[in-house]
Write a protein that binds this ligand. Sequence first.
Ligand code: SAH
Length: 498
Amino acid sequence: MGKVYLVGAGPGDEELLSVKARRLFETADVFVYDALVSTEILSMIPEEKKVIYVGKRKGNHVKSQAEIQEILLKETKKGNTVVRLKGGDPFVFGRGGEEALELEKEGVSFEIIPGVTSALAALAYAGIPVTHRDFASSFCVVTAHKRKEKDEEIDYVSLVRMGGTLVFLMGVSVLEEILNGLRMAGMAPDMPAAVVENGTTSTQRCILSTVESLTMEAKKAKIHAPAVIVVGKVCNLAKKLSWTKKRKLGGKKILVTRPRKRNEGLSSRLRSLGAQVIEFPTISLNPIEENEKLDQVLRTKEQRWYVFTSPEGVETFFAWLAERKMDIRHIWKTEDKLAVIGSATACELKKRGFFPDLMPKEYYAKDLGECLASAVKEGERVVLLRAREGSAEILKPLKEKEIPITDIPLYDTTVGGKPWLIRKIEKEFQTGTIDCVTFTSASTVKGFVKSFPGLDYGKIHAVCIGRKTKEEADRFGFLSVFAKEAKIDAVIDRILEI
Ligand code: SAH
């Protein structure tokens, strides 16, 4: 038998996921998620995992509770480790208790991983301290949603008498009812009240008002679920403490299309500037295992220039050697040289103790080709170690000088991203919640277009790493710009500019 982890995914910001949940993302086999789990969080689930959407949003049940249980049972019976991913905390109005009882009944082992609940986090991100010694010494979290008509009414009198901060979940559609209930129970009409929509995400909005006027103002602002309603003196502190929009990229959502292994630097820096990041690799790299050509070239007698045009190339090359227990000392001739296209590739080599002899000023294939053409001496061979569909521009200057070249593909690139996430991201593009996309190679553009064939690219801002990548984006009509240098830092600068 496998095991079920009931995991709280938090309210939306992907960095509020717990360390424990993050570990499970790497180790679990199957993910079963609800509507409230953000795209950003889902995008962190590795490509190879099985992912099942079970929906559930007021009046829109994709799967019934019984069907969800059945899925959990079926998967654990196969011996799988299942992450049952829920918005916020699984035990705060998340039916986590019901699901855990069912598992217990069936004898399935489980663990509960708490999550950051929206009942607190949405307030924190709006700058509303749920308690404060001068204003509130307790708080109460209430559901405004009744399961059946005959369910108990909210006891407004008790809530008002407690005098603490009140937080209502699932209350947007009955906001007026709640606020009237409080007033009838004796709450002052000028008591501060707020509603926080999409708390902790790039689309967070906070309407600050009073018990008397909040209904009208929320209506005017067209506030929708998910939102929390907060009532109490602490709400006024948001005037001084609101902070999320003060971050350079606060309120922005960016889609990063690099392969996962490579995107961490870019994603985490964007996040540190306040952006929400969806990681959606639109290409994947598959190393070529049987590589006779490579085997042969390593045994030749000529002096060689080994040329790497991507960090992945370096990684794949050394992994290939390691797999075959080929010691670099037996391959290397003292006069052999190393060339790279740019600093990221150089960095991969340095990590392994190699300092490249040549790197062009501008990180383009054409520039690399030209530099090489003037550096390579009589009797030396250029060995290109790169993707199967590498740029032809590097070859031209070399061929003109009749330099012997061996072009060795190390990996294939397949385009297209996680199919189960495509619909959700497509919707975000259509509603305009994604502010820009980053492209770090022409193939990431191709992969994007393959994943989202129906989108209006003319409305999508694309920040490209270089001229070549921008040319590819322009073929499809993106609103594109390119970074001044083919470097991640420059990509970030360009994003900040636009
Ligand atoms: N278990 C969840 C709550 C589930 S009930 C938690 O701990 O957060 C669903 C309600 O949670 C929504 O109707 C809304 O009131 C609230 N909610 C969930 N995510 C939210 C968010 N990002 N911002 C504001 N409210 C949110």
